[in-house]
Write a protein that binds this ligand. Structure first.
Ligand code: ATP
Ligand code: MG
Length: 393
C-alpha cells in the first residue's frame, strides 16, 4: 500500500442540531477554518455529513494547524485522520494496521474499534466493520489487547464518502462559530475581567465590536496600547474587532467639577453605558458586554449594578456575574490575556476615584446629581464624534 494520506476531520457539537439553519452554521464554521489555516499551507475545506473535512495539498506543520483549529469556536474535536478514497474493505483493514504502526511507537495497550457507517450502501454494517478491523489488528499486532469497556485507545473507522481512520481527538473550544449569533459591543478596559467577558460572549457565536474610554493625559499611551494588545489577543478567538477609542477626559473632569465625589464612579459608569449604547446602535450591535461580577468592587454591588444598568435599553451581558476573581483569572490565563492585563498602567476608573465611593447608591440621588451636568448631552455627542477607530485583525 502507498503512503497513507493524512488529513483532519473536524467535529462540531451544537450546530449539528440547529435544524434548517444548520447549513448556515456549517458554512460559517468552514469559512473560519479556511481563514485560520490559510497561512499554514494549501488546504481544501469541505463539509462531509456532519463533519468538516480538511484535506492538505501542500506541506504543513501539524502542530500549527491544530493550534489554530483549537482557537475556533464551534469545534468540539479535531481528529488527525488518514483517508482512503478507495473504500475496499481489505484496503481499510490494511490501512488500519499501517496507521497504528505509524502512530504509536509501542503497540502494547488495550484498544477497541469504533465504527460508523454514514454510507448505508457499504456492504458491511458498523458492527461488522468494528469486529473485522479489530480482529485484523489483533492478527497483525499481537501485543495489542482488546478491552471493550475501558480501552486505552479507541480506533475509529468512519465510512462516509471516503473512509477515515483515527484514534486521537483533540478537544476543541466548543461554543458556536463567531458571526452565527449577531454582534455585541464589548466595554473593554485594560483589566483582567473584560477581555474574559468578551471571550465568553464570542464563544456563543457573537461577533464583537469594542469600546474603550481613554482619559489622555491622565491615562497614558501605554494604557491605550495595552487595550489594543488585549483586543488583539481576544480577536484570535473572536475574529476582527472594531475598537472604538473614546476621548473621555473632558467628561470625567466635568463630572468631577459638578458632582459629589463619592458618586463619581457610578455617574462615570452610567455615562460610559450611554455612550456604549449609542455607538453600539450606530454599528449594528444588539447588546453591551461588561466584565462586572457581583460585589467585586464598590461599583459592582447589586445597588451599583442596578444604577448603572438603569440608563440602558439594550440588554447588558455580564457573563462573569457569578464568577469569583480566581475563576476569572484562570480563564484569562488559559486565553493568554492575563500577562497583558496585569501590566501596571493606570486606567481611567482609578484616577478619579473617591476615597469613600458610595456602595449603595440610590438612583434618585444619582439622578439629582446628574441634573447639574447641563452640558453632558453635547459632550457625549462631541466624544462620539471624536472616536478613534482601530481595526484589530
Ligand atoms: P476590568 O478587569 O474588566 O477592568 P474591573 O474589575 O476593573 O474590570 P470596573 O473598573 O468597575 O471593573 O469596570 C467594570 C466594567 O466596566 C469593566 O469590566 C469594563 O467592561 C467596563 N469598563 C471599565 N472601565 C472601562 C474603560 N476605561 N473603557 C471601557 N470599558 C470600561
Ligand atoms: Mg478595570
Amino acid at each position: 500500500m502507498n503512503k497513507l494520506k493524512k488529513a483532519f476531520l473536524v467535529k462540531y457539537g451544537e450546530i449539528a442540531i440547529k435544524g434548517k439553519n444548520r447549513y448556515i452554521f456549517e458554512n460559517i464554521l468552514a469559512d473560519h477554518i479556511r481563514d485560520a489555516i490559510k497561512p499554514c499551507g494549501d488546504f481544501k475545506v469541505s463539509k462531509e455529513q456532519g463533519r468538516i473535512f480538511i484535506e492538505p495539498f501542500s506541506d504543513y506543520d501539524d502542530d500549527e494547524v491544530i493550534n489554530r483549529l483549537s482557537k475556533i469556536f464551534g469545534i468540539v474535536g479535531i481528529c488527525p485522520v488518514i483517508v482512503l478514497d478507495d473504500m475496499d474493505f481489505d484496503l481499510v483493514k490494511e490501512a488500519a494496521v499501517i496507521y497504528m504502526k505509524d502512530e504509536y511507537e509501542e503497540l502494547n495497550f488495550t484498544f477497541k474499534v469504533e465504527a460508523r457507517r454514514a454510507d448505508k450502501r457499504y456492504p458491511l454494517n458498523s458492527m461488522e466493520i468494528a469486529c473485522e478491523v479489530g480482529a485484523h489488528l489483533l492478527d497483525n499486532l499481537p501485543q495489542l489487547k482488546v478491552d471493550v469497556k475501558k480501552p486505552e485507545v479507541k480506533v475509529w473507522v468512519e465510512i462516509r464518502s471516503r473512509a477515515y481512520i483515527y484514534s486521537k481527538i483533540i478537544k476543541g473550544l466548543g461554543g458556536m462559530p463567531v458571526g452565527s449569533n449577531g454582534k455585541a459591543m464589548l466595554m473593554l478596559s485594560g483589566g483582567i475581567d473584560s477581555p474574559v467577558a468578551g471571550y465568553l460572549v464570542a464563544k456563543r457565536g457573537v461577533k464583537l465590536d469594542a469600546i474603550y474610554y481613554h482619559s489622555h493625559p491622565y491615562t497614558s499611551e501605554r494604557a491605550k496600547q495595552k487595550v489594543i494588545d488585549l483586543a488583539k489577543i481576544v480577536s484570535k478567538y473572536s475574529g476582527n474587532i472594531n475598537l472604538n477609542i473614546v476621548p473621555f477626559t473632558d467628561i470625567q473632569l466635568y463630572i468631577y467639577e459638578q458632582c459629589p465625589h463619592e458618586q463619581l464612579t457610578i455617574i462615570m459608569r452610567r455615562i460610559m453605558m450611554i455612550i456604549a449604547e449609542k455607538v453600539a446602535e450606530k454599528n449594528g450591535a444588539l447588546a453591551l458586554v461588561t466584565g462586572e461580577s457581583i460585589g467585586q468592587v464598590a461599583s459592582q454591588t447589586i445597588q451599583s449594578l442596578a444604577a448603572t444598568n438603569n440608563v440602558c435599553n439594550m440588554p447588558v451581558f455580564r457573563p462573569l456575574i457569578g464568577f469569583d476573581k480566581q475563576e476569572i483569572v484562570e480563564i484569562s490565563e488559559k486565553i493568554e490575556t492575563y500577562e497583558t492585563s496585569i501590566l501596571p498602567y493606570e486606567d481611567c476608573c482609578t484616577i478619579f476615584v473617591a476615597k469613600h465611593p458610595v456602595t449603595k447608591p440610590s438612583i434618585k440621588s444619582i439622578e439629582r446629581s446628574e441634573r447639574r451636568l447641563e452640558k453632558i448631552d453635547d459632550m457625549i455627542e462631541e466624544a462620539i464624534n471624536n472616536i478613534e477607530l482601530v481595526k484589530i485583525k
